[in-house]
Design a protein around this ligand. Structure first.
Ligand code: PXP
Length: 249
């Protein structure tokens, strides 16, 4: 059986990072969202962090008004963020751990986080598809399933770091961990996404995991966009994903 389609969610946070470096209005993350969609993105992802270091409240509102393609908001499980999501109603919300001092989302969500079950219910009742950003581990899949989340996004950061380090045995071990979590999660009925640290060069083996149906990618795309433009960066990532997917077993 051919593998299901693999969607690309483009994370536009770092367009806002550049904008915020000078204040003002450009580069505009909404314009980036439009260009990414025109180039083949299946969804747009944005992370409204507690410290508003990149995406801001007005970006969230404008994205919702302007973008018809599915929007995925990454948020922490806090009353403030849940209230925002329930008001704006994105297609999906990915619950992430958030520490003020971190540079990016480090590690997966602790599924014992107080209030998490209530957040999942509140978002779900508002028609928002809830995803949990988690470590690729079969036991974590069981816990995510028990919490009633329909989707998990597997953290691929450790895999990406192993590729960067050129450590083949670690790469193989991390891929095995991701494959096993994806297979187990899918057998429990979870929809499987993946993301973090993915690039044109390392995305192939992740795209080849048939249970994975969506990848969320930001930093590598916005970095490539500086040199080739966002549309070409998205198209090149799509090509790399498609080549990987063609090898799905
Ligand atoms: N998925 C989640 C849940 C994230 O927090 C991030 C980083 O914002 C990404 C995907 C994208 O990671 P990267 O920017 O490394 O592609």
């Amino acid at each position: 059986m051919p593998a299901p389609d693999l969607r690309l969610g483009v994370n536009i946070d770092h367009v806002a990072t550049v904008r915020n470096a000078r204040g003002g209005f450009y580069p505009d993350p909404c314009r980036a969202a439009h260009e990414a969609i025109m180039a083949g993105a299946d969804g747009i992802t944005a992370h409204l962090r507690e410290d508003r270091r990149h995406i801001r409240d007005e970006d969230v509102e404008r994205l919702k008004r302007q973008i018809l393609t599915p929007l995925n908001f990454e948020i922490a499980s806090t009353p403030e963020m849940v209230a925002m999501a329930v008001r704006v109603r994105p297609h999906a919300a990915c619950l992430v751990p958030e520490k003020r001092e971190e540079r990016t989302t480090e590690g997966g969500l602790d599924l014992g986080t107080p209030g998490l079950a209530g957040t999942i219910v509140a978002l779900g009742e508002s028609g928002i598809r809830v995803s949990l950003f988690v470590e690729p581990d079969p036991a974590v899949m069981e816990a995510a399933h028990a919490l009633g989340a329909p989707v998990v996004e597997l953290h691929t950061g450790a895999y990406a770091e192993a590729v960067l380090a050129g450590d083949e045995s670690r790469v193989a071990a991390e891929l095995a961990r991701i494959r096993s979590a994806a297979g187990h999660g899918s057998s429990l009925g979870l929809e499987i996404h993946a993301g973090h640290g993915l690039t044109e060069d390392n995305v192939g083996p992740i795209a080849a995991i048939r249970e994975v149906v969506e990848l969320n990618i930001g930093h590598a795309l916005i970095s490539a966009a500086i040199f080739v433009g966002l549309a070409d960066a998205v198209r090149a990532m799509r090509d790399a994903m498609d080549r990987g997917r063609a090898g799905a077993s």
